[in-house]
Design a binder for this molecule. Structure first.
Ligand code: SF4
Ligand code: SF4
Length: 271
């Protein structure tokens, strides 16, 4: 069963839930934890897993052969990312930071003046701890489009696990959607605050559109207004209280133990 751990905004406790759940589940099951928060992966730090490099993530990068270039500007017009600057009667200028590797410029060039180069945009790592297997993706700083790293990461998921837990990035952008696709269930981690409620509502709507069943895990449940979350109409399967000991354990990189995780496991086992 593939379970996504997600949440609209950052700092709701997604990684806390993903790492603690993975650690608890792996005591009696074969579990793979996938850290798909590729801009800021930190699950390996929480679980003290030493990561090994598995593969590079590369994407297409145009390389220009000015001997063949006829200065027509078609590549610049085809590039929606404004990664190719063109001034009449001059050669095109490439701005690599803007390029997302879509290949539109390659297709648009009438004189084969563009060839296929490669740009490293991230790394995929693996690791393990006792019965828990681990995968993690990390984007190189400055890379705008992170979905290719998430997609490459997901291709490394092999069969044979009782549970695959996907820890997504915060928000509802393209790389989060890439991480969510294929999940059997999503745990939406949120807090009982107006921001938490607003972002959880957006995430629940997105999950509905993707056809992924979802339930809520309410973090810091003892502060704020629980009614804000109950009004969202999605089942709250577990509540994690605001507790200094939990925060201290997480900040110190220790797996958090709490009866809320037993409740989540019971819910999963009953499905
Ligand atoms: S690959 Fe796409 S984004 Fe990059 S320069 Fe070409 S058209 Fe622009
Ligand atoms: S489309 Fe090709 S020929 Fe035209 S400006 Fe770009 S690189 Fe040069």
């Amino acid at each position: 069963m593939r379970i996504a751990v997600t949440g609209g905004k950052g700092g709701t406790g997604k990684s806390l839930v993903a790492t603690s759940l993975a650690a608890e589940l792996s005591k009696n099951n074969k579990v793979l934890l996938v850290d798909a928060d590729v801009e800021c992966p930190n699950d390996h730090l929480v679980l003290s897993i030493k990561r090994r490099e598995l593969r590079k993530v590369v994407q297409f990068k145009p390389e220009f052969n000015y001997d063949k270039c006829v200065k027509c500007g078609a590549c610049s017009r085809a590039c929606k990312e404004k990664a190719i600057l063109f001034v009449k009667h001059d050669f095109p200028k490439f701005v690599p930071e803007q390029c997302i590797g879509c290949g539109a410029c390659l297709a648009a060039c009438p004189s084969r003046a563009i060839t296929k180069g490669k740009n490293k945009i991230g790394m995929i790592y693996s690791g393990e701890k006792s019965n828990l297997s681990f995968l993690s993706g990390e984007t190189i700083e400055g890379v705008e489009e992170t979905s290719p790293v998430v997609n490459t990461l997901k291709k490394e998921i092999k069969d044979g696990f009782d549970y695959e837990i996907i820890d997504t990035a915060a928000g509802a952008h393209c790389s989060v959607i890439s991480a969510l696709i294929g999940s059997d269930l999503a745990l939406v981690v949120t807090e009982p605050t107006p921001f938490g409620s607003h972002d959880a509502a957006l995430m629940l709507e997105l999950l509905g559109k993707l056809g992924i069943p979802s339930v809520i895990v309410l973090n810091k449940s003892t502060i704020g207004e629980k009614g804000l979350i109950k009004g969202l109409g999605s089942e709250v399967i577990a509540e994690i209280p605001y507790d200094k000991k939990i925060l201290e354990a997480y900040a110190a990189g220790r797996v958090v133990k709490h009866k809320a995780f037993d409740k989540i496991i019971k819910y999963l086992e009953d499905l």
